[in-house]
Write a protein that binds this ligand. Structure first.
Ligand SMILES: [Zn+2]
Length: 63
């Protein structure tokens, strides 16, 4: 596996929800990180996840 891909995978593994500190999940379009426990999502802006409590958006429809 190329090193770059490996690093990316590791990065995703350590991304946790800033509210409950559980693992976050990427949506299919890879534009959001979703916490199914808090039922919120965090935006990904220009490839960088915005993991701030005040940028959490409530999930009110099926993603
Ligand atoms: Zn959470």
């Amino acid at each position: 596996m190329p090193r770059l891909l490996d690093n990316k995978k590791k990065l995703l593994e350590i991304i946790v929800c800033p509210i409950c500190h559980k693992k976050l999940f990427l949506n299919l379009k890879k534009t959001k990180l979703i916490c199914f426990i808090d039922k919120v999502f965090f935006p990904i802006k220009e490839g960088i996840p915005v993991l701030l409590k005040n940028s959490a958006n409530k999930i009110n429809k099926k993603l």
